[in-house]
Each structure stands twice: as structure tokens, then as C-alpha cells.
Design a protein around this ligand. Structure first.
Ligand code: DC
Length: 214
């Protein structure tokens, strides 16, 4: 049983997916951290982000281990290091590379194959698990997402709303226009516009959809 939660940056997927997984006793898998981890490790190894074969090789060799909001890459705690404006930009570039996506999608399918998982990302309901039992697409107005992101203590860098909004718009464009697995809502996904809703209200709506489906 896979529950897919997709949507753009800053929409609150992480918070919601974690709460839904806890309520159901399912595993939570954040696929965004996998792209961030590859971008971080490529930076450390000075692998150019345009070298697709070399970055795909980095993706193959990267061991990502998440627990709660903490993240270890090859055993090293990178929880803060992967949530910076530099990694935001680098991860969006890495996510455009088809060979990198192929490596990470294969890993994500392995992680989900045992079932009982809530997996969040951009392409979970469209590409990774097109047969997911429940597909949720979270959306919110860009200014609301920028506001949420600027208030998120886990994200380093500028918390100035205008700067955050500019960077978020650039990432949205990159995620929505890439040729492979662009951010898009699956036709059979449930759309929840979270603008003006609290986290508790969003989680309640997701749980109502899950209970009505499973
Ligand atoms: O969710 P996030 O902001 O941590 O994701 C980081 C980057 O990875 C972002 O540019 C979108 C991309 N991504 C993706 O292309 N596919 C996924 N399943 C998850 C994230």
C-alpha cells in the first residue's frame, strides 16, 4: 500500500506526509532529500552538475538514511547542510538529469515495494508509483508557499520574503518545465488547495481521503 503525496516547493508536503505516516503507522519517505543528497555529495566531490554520467554515478554511490527530519548521507549528518539556498538550486539542476532520476526512481521503488509507505515528492503519483492506492496533490498560492518556507527554521539562508519568493518561483519553473517527470498532478490524484488551511486541517482532509479509499 503506497500513499503518494506530490506538490510544489513550500506547500508543506513534509509536515503533512510525516503526520499521515504517523497516524497510519506507515513509513515516511521524503524523495526530495535524495535529490538534495546527490547535489550535496556532488559538491563535496567537485563533480560538475552538468556531467550527467558522473552525477548518475554519484547517485548510485550515495547512501541516504532518514529518520524524522534528520538525514545522514554515507553516515554523515547533513540535516542542515542539505537545506540551504545553494543546495535548493543544485538539487533542482540534478533533478533535471534523466539518468539521475532513473537511479533514484529505482531506489524509491525498492523503498516502497514492501508497502505501508507514505512517499512524498514531485512525481510519485505520476512516475514512481502510478498505481499508488491513494494519490494526493497538495497545492497553495505561491505567496503562501513563500511565506511558509520563509518561516521554516529547518531552511537556512535568507528568510526575507521577497528573496524566498524569487528563488521559489525559479525552482517552480525548473520543476514544472523539465523534460523528464515534470511536476504535474496525476489525473487520478485528489487535489487539496492548502491556501488558508492549517496543518491539522490538511492532515484531516488527507486522512478522510485515505479512510474513504483503503
Ligand atoms: O522537495 P524538495 O524541495 O526537498 O526537493 C528538492 C528538489 O528535488 C526540487 O528541485 C524538486 C526535486 N524533486 C524531484 O524532482 N522529484 C522528486 N520526487 C522529489 C524532489
Amino acid at each position: 500500500m503506497v500513499i503518494a503525496i506530490d506538490g510544489p516547493s513550500g506547500v508543506g508536503k513534509g509536515t503533512v506526509a510525516r503526520a499521515v505516516a504517523a497516524a497510519l503507522g506507515y513509513r515516511h519517505v521524503d524523495t526530495g532529500v535524495m535529490y538534495r543528497a546527490v547535489a550535496w555529495k556532488a559538491g563535496r566531490e567537485q563533480v560538475p552538475l552538468g556531467d550527467e554520467a558522473a552525477i548518475a554515478d554519484v547517485a548510485e554511490r550515495t547512501d541516504v538514511e532518514a529518520s524524522g527530519t534528520a538525514l545522514r548521507v554515507d553516515g554523515e549528518d547533513v540535516s542542515a547542510a542539505i537545506r540551504t539556498p545553494e543546495i535548493d538550486r543544485a538539487a533542482a539542476l540534478v533533478a533535471r538529469l534523466p539518468r539521475v532520476r532513473a537511479v533514484l526512481v529505482a531506489k524509491q521503488r525498492r523503498l516502497g515495494s514492501a508497502g505501508r509507505v507514505v512517499m512524498e515528492g514531485r512525481d510519485i503519483g505520476t512516475v514512481v508509483f502510478p498505481d499508488a492506492a491513494v494519490k494526493i496533490y497538495l497545492d497553495a498560492a505561491p505567496e503562501e508557499r513563500a511565506r511558509r518556507r520563509s518561516l521554516d527554521p529547518a531552511h537556512a539562508g535568507s528568510h526575507d520574503l521577497a528573496t524566498v519568493r524569487t528563488e521559489l518561483d525559479a525552482r517552480d519553473r525548473s520543476d514544472r518545465t523539465r523534460s523528464v517527470a515534470p511536476l504535474a498532478m496525476a489525473p487520478d490524484a485528489h487535489l487539496i488547495d492548502t491556501t488558508g488551511l492549517t496543518v491539522v486541517e490538511v492532515v484531516d482532509r488527507v486522512m478522510a481521503i485515505v479512510r474513504g479509499t483503503l
